[in-house]
Design a protein around this ligand. Structure first.
Ligand SMILES: [Zn+2]
Length: 276
């Protein structure tokens, strides 16, 4: 038998039907095209989620298949910098939901968005809820870095609150996946001063208040963090830990049953009762 490609779209429809019948998990990588400071290309978020999904599916071809990347995300707050492509919120929600629902209509029952862009989660969650509310499938969403807060903490050199964008984490990942495109000689550290004990943004964990602002008001480099602390070895460790935990979750996810819905409301049966 020929080796199965990790990419969904490399298969014919008979194979797709077999994958759905085998209850494979559909991984949908979703990220964005966005500036990442002077030292990284604009494809950081897309590159990382594609790598994680491809590697997970390559290592467990029996378990998962990788949908085509959804390369555009929500970027209105970052449009003050060149290099960003922005999709409006309703378009984005509809697109995520339509893609997930297409897999559900093929017979897949386990869909998982792997997100790589910090401003996508609220839209991915709404889209996932829409599909779950209108189907008999599970649709879930995770930010790749949320799999590994303990591993990030163990190896980071930047203090908490200083790892958010084009930072030690993202730059290390790029150095691991595609070092030839990183220009470390152009890297600058830029960590915003903390102005409240309740507000900080960090890929290990965020403060309690989700402060919504426009980046151009607070930042002039396009960096939030210290990329000078990045190494390819840290990227390898963080990447491997993410892939390992993603595979472990997918094993659980596939086993978790889609249970029948129940209705605990009062159901009127009196034919003479008031008409709706
Ligand atoms: Zn990023």
């Amino acid at each position: 038998m020929k080796p199965r490609s990790p990419r969904f779209e490399h298969h014919d429809w008979h194979e797709v039907k077999e994958m759905a019948a085998a209850n494979m998990v559909v991984l949908i990588p979703a990220a964005t095209v966005e500036q990442h400071g002077p030292h990284l290309p604009c494809d950081v978020d897309n590159l990382i989620v594609q790598h994680i999904c491809d590697e997970a599916a390559k290592r467990r071809p029996d378990l998962s298949t990788v949908a085509p990347l959804i390369p555009f995300g929500f970027n209105e707050h970052n449009m003050g910098f060149p290099g960003c492509i922005h999709i409006q919120e309703h378009t984005l929600i509809d697109m995520y939901a339509d893609v997930a629902m297409s897999f559900v209509r093929m017979g897949f029952r386990k869909v998982l968005f792997i997100n790589g862009h910090g401003s996508n989660p609220s839209f991915l969650q709404i889209a996932s809820r829409k599909v779950v509310n209108n189907s008999e499938a599970h649709v879930s969403t995770v930010n790749w870095w949320s799999f590994i807060p303990d591993v990030i903490k163990k190896h980071r050199e930047t203090k908490l609150g200083g790892m958010a964008h084009a930072c030690e984490l993202e730059t290390s990942m790029y150095l691991h996946i595609c070092p030839e495109r990183v220009r470390m000689e152009r890297a600058v550290a830029d960590i915003a001063a903390k102005w409240s004990e309740q507000v900080w943004v960090d890929l290990e964990s965020c403060g309690p208040v989700a402060m919504i602002d426009d980046w151009s008001r607070v930042n002039a480099t396009g960096v939030e963090g210290d990329p000078m602390k990045s190494t390819a070895e840290k990227g390898r460790i963080w990447s491997e830990a993410t892939i390992e935990r993603l595979i472990s979750f997918m094993d659980d996810y596939r086993q978790y049953p889609v249970k029948p819905r129940r209705n605990f409301n009062f159901v009127p049966t009196d034919p003479g009762g008031p008409k709706a």
